[in-house]
Design a protein around this ligand. Sequence first.
Ligand SMILES: Cc1cc2nc3c(=O)[nH]c(=O)nc-3n(C[C@H](O)[C@H](O)[C@H](O)COP(=O)(O)OP(=O)(O)OC[C@H]3O[C@@H](n4cnc5c(N)ncnc54)[C@H](O)[C@@H]3O)c2cc1C
Length: 540
Amino acid sequence: MMHCDPMVCSINYRQETWERLLEPGKGNSRGWDIIVVGGGITGAGILREAARRGLSVALLEQKDFGWGTSSRSSKMIHGGLRYLLSGDFKLVRSSVRERNHLLLQAPGLIEPLGFLFSHYRRRFPGRHLFGGLLRAYDLFSGTRDHRYYPLPEFLFLVPNIDQRGLTGGTYYRDGLVDDARLVLCTIQEACAEGALAINYVKVKDLLTAENRVIGVSVEDDTTGEKGDIFARVVINATGVWADQLPSTRYTGPPIRPLRGSHLVFPFWKLPVSQAVTLRHPSDKRPVFVFPWEGATIVGTTDLDHTEDLNSEPRISSREITYLMDIVRYQFPSIHLEEGDILSTYAGIRPVIAGGRKKPSNEKRDHTIWEQDGMISVTGGKLTTFRLIALDVLRAVAPFLSHVDVKDTRAPVFFRRESGTEFPAGLHHVLRRRLEGRYGCHTADVLECTTDNDFERIPGTDTLWAEVRWAARNEAVMHLEDLLLRRTRLGILLERGGAEHFDRVREICREDLQWPQERWQAELSAYQRLWESCYSIRHQG
Ligand SMILES: Cc1cc2nc3c(=O)[nH]c(=O)nc-3n(C[C@H](O)[C@H](O)[C@H](O)COP(=O)(O)OP(=O)(O)OC[C@H]3O[C@@H](n4cnc5c(N)ncnc54)[C@H](O)[C@@H]3O)c2cc1C
């Protein structure tokens, strides 16, 4: 039975972690085997795979775990059907197989989802071409999971879709995940095998000796403390910031930051039983409308992001119009207004610039390079994080003789079945969801509840117990960590969850020991952030 610590963040967790972080490298010791810079899914995956191999490894994240692109994706664990059209067979093949692998490992966290594509007279791609693409998709994945629905049956599945010229539709299957939670669960798995991870610690500089990177200089954002951390290998997994680590004369590939934004609607305003794949009438790009955590999400856009990468990305009014246009065009009977939007979010893709004019034509593979002994990685997809991690470790191998990358099939998650005795009346879907997210800690999540914590927060699939558990155990430093990433209440509820602030305040008082002034400061900061980056009001 493996040791099963959560992240684990008692009140003293930070100081202890900080001290453990600085300890290796003191005296005669050689420091960590690996320091991973960046707490998105790429860094989390590397941490996980390195810890599994018995390496001493720590991860540093400048803001919160998953704060970057990895909490702002379209949340799909998929092969990327559209990459077949661009001839990216290798990426599709590895992604679709990895999708199958992940779906088996983490039910409740990663769930299968049906996708429906409508066919219209004289519109590309027609039924037969699309069916051909799906045959290739299925061939890569080793499964057969698509079918064509003639018009009456298709309308039964998507009753609100535009029917002018509609001839029928095709079903296929991919997966869906809570992306921020995927990052956290992966980090937790790594920590349970001896890794260390800390948020709000920024790498300010690289330490070098004889033209080799030998460590990093860091600053703890919560205390202002500074320190040097030594490692035999530093891995730069900072995604779209990969070319910005200080004191590197950057020799990696050119990064083209591409923004993708989403709109979130209450489910009852835009009800879809499965994901609906649409082609935007203006540029023929695919846009998805999909159910997620009790809401419906519409996305995404794909355009060059020219703003400062260090400020939180946000949707532009042009993107809102673009996404509203397709929803109105494809679901004309629903009469959606901008006022129906619950929230918005935007993320930046770390794409390697391949000189292609249209953002959507740029390739999405990951790239790894070495400079002065530091390994950098960027690009890729959420879906392929485990494969990316294995590739990175292969690149590390020449520098660390005891890295063994032979075992490539071991599961990322293997603590999911908890054997928990659930309270009577807790719906089986919620039980599965809890086990998928909390694994061997599911019983602890349920135990940390007070009277009404089994209650589901209306409009979401989240239980109050989860909010309390996260506050108590999951390295929450700020209110935005709790509402935007440990739980997703900030994007799933009206005005960022304002209706529930009183109850959240009580949890923060009891479990984070925040006095009233701290709560007030956190709330103001969260509300400012939400208004400027997650609502539609900031844009003219
Ligand atoms: C709109 C959109 C939709 C997407 N949809 C999907 C999808 O449906 N399915 C899929 O598979 N993929 C999807 N992707 C791609 C996927 O989300 C990304 O490839 C992935 O999240 C990148 O993860 P990362 O860890 O490399 O980067 P990030 O998540 O951005 O993590 C990098 C981290 O490094 C930290 N950092 C930076 N500098 C420092 C420093 N000096 N010190 C410490 N930390 C630092 C940052 O704060 C950040 O948290 C999507 C991407 C976008 C933008």
